[in-house]
Design a protein around this ligand. Sequence first.
Ligand SMILES: [Zn+2]
Length: 235
Amino acid sequence: MAEAADLHLMDFEQRSVPLVFQENRRARRIILRLDYGASRIVVVLPKRTTRHEGKRFALQNREWIEERLDQLPETVAFAHGSVIPFLGIPHRIRYRAHARGVVWCEEQEIHVAGHEEHVSRRVADWLKLEARREIEARARAKAEQLGKSVKRVILRDTKSRWGSCTTDGVLSFSWRLILAPRHVMDYVVAHEVAHLREMNHGPRFWKLCGEICHSVRSAREWLEANGTDLYRYGR
Ligand SMILES: [Zn+2]
């Protein structure tokens, strides 16, 4: 999922707003888009438009930008009582002062033992572990289907893409995919694994992707509509 992203800051009176420039040859004019997950403004630049012009356009529309930023949905902390999606299903976080064990999941609840001040970090660590387990197993199984092998799976908190892959078989994913429904995670994994054979987004790539994932279309629609929502959690 290649996406050229380059970050700049735009200074308003009350705050600094991150701007990300994206070149898009199909765009017919400069477009501003709020990427609310990352609380930043994406400036889509058509062909032959400079970043300088993009920045000027953003400044001319600062009122629009400020209004959008003021309407950002609330972030949800990993804390006792919070409801977060796990594999797309809402789960309530429950701090269990006297329980044994560290973190476990039961009937749409995520239970966290230990000291209360560590709840946030424990939930985050647990989600990352679950993400690794789910994603790595999926990636290896799908690669095998294509006669390829995965050298390494890396999880990170990426902002501009859900996954990426190198020619030598290192796959990277956002751990936040564990918050998305399984079919969405399945698609993102399939997408990167398919790149092990086709390092492009041509018809052969999409055909391959469809062979190892049956939810390509619905997952892409889901990500388009809900993807940025996943950034609200644990921030
Ligand atoms: Zn891709």
